[in-house]
Design a binder for this molecule. Structure first.
Ligand code: SF4
Length: 481
């Protein structure tokens, strides 16, 4: 199928993050006065952009280590609240709460795969919330199944949970998590409840973000700093690549578990996934996007009357392009925020209508103007043709597209939902042909070097979906494959 006429799931033409993790642990071994459920729901709501297919919360750390309270729901955090289950959680005596929002890649999107996942061991309940993707999970699952383990979900995260639960029989919570993270390969930002403690861990390349904070009576673990801000928590620090952090009633402490670590944070977190008000590994996401706009102008200048961003993804880079070029910045498109991913379009006409419904051109702003239209990425190319056509239909005399990232030409194996390679538009057409297909007067992408320059100037990022060079090997198939 021509990717410019691709299925409706592709209609927002973005890569999708897999998950967000948020957790709290009481600073003393007694239940705090602030309701942990409310704190975690606040954090998860701030992380909603990282996953909209299911959400969940568990409470643990009770006097009885086997006791666990669970509420999960398909859909947004608001659905979890509306379901009423979360209000029925018995929080009396809980000292740890784990939350998760999910967008599925491995395993289906049903509520049975919703996290946090829970296992019961001789030492009590263990729970896990995971953002990332394990590249050797299929092989590990087969080995564990041969050893008698039974899995309830198709999720790679359950493999990690199983490994922790098995080690916990003989070892401490920290040692059990350490054993598990040394066995798996891939990306993980984890929050684990084990033995009444909250344990956070980040893979040796730090591909997915994870940070710790403090809120009154709680230690907090979060995928992004924006969720700390949302609940009024103080940012303490990022979890280092390869680090495991243990928080309990005694305090919080981290230790590096991997002998060889090399930071390769996902560059797409800065380009699109993370919220602009987050700071990852000391780099502000908004600032990185603005700098990518500066760099884009340096690499691909153009004469125009108006710089404008595709709402909302292209706006910070458009502000940067405008600053660097001196061309005024303004709005050209209005986005209908109520056309969501849940809009089911059964046939091609409906799909085209959905794309058309999502944006409208501001005629009074664009008539007679030469426009630079900035976005953060083009994945399948489904939206861009419609936007160019709307701008020209509204009277724009020229539309020049500038993309604040290199062409996405390779899949991601680390927790991002990437289309098949043949559906990636940059894999099918050269830039001139792509410009012709979307109806643009010119089209340019940021270079990989320019992206790295905009992020921090030093290489410490995964750029695999642009270059095909990854921080670690591709997924290992199961033994029958
Ligand atoms: S391949 Fe690397 S840069 Fe691209 S989305 Fe995946 S982790 Fe991020």
């Amino acid at each position: 199928m021509n990717s410019l006429l691709a299925p409706v799931e592709a209609a927002d033409d973005k890569l999708h993050e897999e998950c967000g993790v948020f957790a709290v642990c009481a600073k003393k071994d007694s239940a705090p006065s602030v309701d942990p459920v409310h704190v975690v729901l606040g954090g998860l709501t701030a992380l909603q952009h990282r996953g909209q297919e299911s959400s969940g919360i568990i409470l643990g750390g009770f006097e009885d280590p086997a006791r666990i309270e669970v509420a999960k729901s398909a859909g947004l955090v608001a659905s979890l609240i509306d379901s009423g289950d979360v209000l029925r959680l018995d929080r009396e005596g809980a000292t740890v709460a784990l939350g998760h929002v999910r967008y599925s890649t491995t395993g289906g999107s049903g509520v049975e795969n919703a996290q946090p996942l829970v296992a019961h061991t001789k030492k009590g309940a263990v729970a896990l919330a995971h953002n990332g993707n394990l590249v050797n999970s299929q092989l590990l699952r087969e080995l564990l199944e041969e050893g008698g383990s039974v899995f309830r979900t198709q999720s790679d995260s359950e493999v990690m949970l199983n490994l922790i639960a098995r080690s916990l029989a003989k070892k401490s919570a920290l040692e059990a998590v350490r054993d598990a993270v040394r066995t798996v390969q891939g990306s993980y930002a984890l929050a684990v409840l084990a033995d009444g403690k909250l344990i956070a861990a980040r893979d040796k390349n730090g591909i997915r973000p994870l940070c710790v904070g403090e809120l009154g009576e709680y230690w907090v673990v979060s995928s992004e700093t924006c969720a700390l801000d949302a609940i009024g928590a103080k940012f303490l620090r990022d979890v280092e690549p390869g680090e495991i952090i243990v928080a309990d009633g005694e305090g919080i402490a981290g230790s590096n578990q991997e002998e060889k670590t090399e930071t390769r944070t996902c560059s797409f977190e800065y380009i699109y996934f993370a919220r602009p008000d987050s700071v990852i590994d000391g780099i502000g996401v908004y600032g990185a996007r603005v700098r990518s706009g500066h760099q884009l102008f340096k690499e691909a200048p153009v004469k125009a009357d108006l710089v404008t961003g595709v709402p909302d993804s292209g706006i910070p880079a458009a502000a940067g392009f405008s600053e660097a070029s001196g061309i005024p910045y303004g709005m050209s498109l209005v986005k209908n925020r109520y056309v969501g991913r849940s809009f089911i379009a059964p046939n091609q006409d409906d799909r085209e209508r959905r794309v058309a419904l999502k944006h409208n051109a501001l005629k009074e702003a664009v008539k007679g103007m030469r426009i630079v239209l900035i976005d953060d990425s083009i994945v399948r190319g489904t939206t861009m043709r419609s936007l160019v056509s709307k701008l020209k239909g509204a009277g724009a005399t020229e539309v020049h597209i500038r993309i604040a990232a290199p062409p996405v030409a390779f899949p991601c194996y680390f927790g991002i939902d990437t289309p098949y390679r043949e559906d990636l538009v940059s894999n099918k057409y050269d830039i001139e042909e792509l410009a012709r297909r979307v109806g643009a007067d010119s089209l340019a992408f940021l270079s990989v070097e320019g992206l790295v320059q905009a992020l921090s100037g030093t290489m410490g990022f995964c750029t695999g979906c642009f270059t095909g060079v990854y921080p670690m090997g591709a997924p290992k198939p199961g033994r029958e494959d």
